[in-house]
Ligand binder design. Structure first.
Ligand code: 5GP
Length: 188
C-alpha cells in the first residue's frame, strides 16, 4: 500500500500551522514531513519536531547524496525536504504533508507530478493584512516585505490544484479532508 503526498502552501499569516495542528488532531493518518535546515533553533524549537537542525556540512552532504526532494537557500540558510522521510511515510501508507513555500512546491511538482497541491488562502486580502499587522512584533519595513511576499504567493494560487479558504479552521480542515479522501480514491 502506498500513501499520498500532499503540499500545503500559503502566505505568512494565513494560519497554516493552526490548520495543520487541528487537522492532525482528528486525522492521525496525516503526518507533516519535518524539513531540514542549517539555521539555528529558535527558543522552544525542538530538533526532529520543528526541523532537523543540520550543520552546513551535513546539509551539503545530503544534497550530494540526493537526500532532498527539493532544497533552497533563504537569507543564507539552507532548507530542504528530506526524501527518505517522505518515502518512509508513503511506504507506511500515510499522507505525507509538506508545509512548504511556493518555490519549494513548484520544485516538488516537477519531480513528483502525482503530488496533491493545496494553497491555503485568506478570506480576503484585508483580512490577511490585518493578521500580519496584528502580530505587532515587526517594523513597518518588515511588514511591507511580508505583505509583498504574501501578495506574490497568492498570485501563484492558480498553480495549485486546490485552494482552501481559511475563514474558519474547522471548515478549512473538513475541506482538506475531503480533498484527501477524493485524492486517495483517484490514486488507488
Ligand atoms: P523559518 O526559518 O522562518 O522557519 O522559514 C523560513 C522559510 O523557509 C519559510 O519561507 C519556509 O516556508 C521555508 N522553508 C521551510 N522548510 C522548507 C523546506 O523544506 N523547503 C523549502 N523550499 N522551504 C522551506
Amino acid at each position: 500500500m502506498s500513501g499520498l503526498l500532499m503540499i500545503l502552501s500559503g502566505p505568512s499569516g494565513v494560519g497554516k500551522d493552526t490548520v495543520i495542528d487541528a487537522w492532525q488532531e482528528i486525522d492521525p493518518d496525516v503526518v507533516r514531513v519535518v524539513a531540514g535546515t542549517t539555521r539555528f533553533p529558535r527558543p522552544g524549537e525542538k530538533d526532529g519536531v520543528d526541523y532537523h537542525f543540520l550543520s552546513e556540512e551535513e546539509f551539503i552532504q545530503m544534497v550530494e547524496d540526493g537526500g532532498f526532494l527539493e532544497h533552497k537557500e533563504v537569507h543564507g540558510k539552507l532548507y530542504g525536504t528530506p526524501a527518505q522521510s517522505v518515502e518512509e511515510l508513503l511506504r507506511a501508507g500515510k499522507t505525507a504533508l509538506l508545509k512548504i513555500d511556493v518555490q519549494g512546491a513548484l520544485a516538488v511538482m516537477q519531480v513528483r507530478p502525482e503530488v496533491v497541491s493545496v494553497m491555503l488562502v485568506p478570506p480576503s486580502w484585508e483580512e490577511l493584512e490585518a493578521r500580519i499587522r496584528g502580530r505587532k512584533t515587526e517594523t513597518e519595513d518588515q511588514i511591507q516585505v511580508r505583505l509583498g511576499n504574501a501578495r506574490w504567493e497568492l498570485d501563484q494560487a492558480h498553480l495549485y490544484q486546490h485552494r482552501v479558504v481559511n475563514q474558519k479552521v474547522e471548515v478549512a480542515v473538513s475541506e482538506l479532508m475531503r480533498i484527501k479522501e477524493e485524492s486517495w480514491q483517484i490514486s488507488s
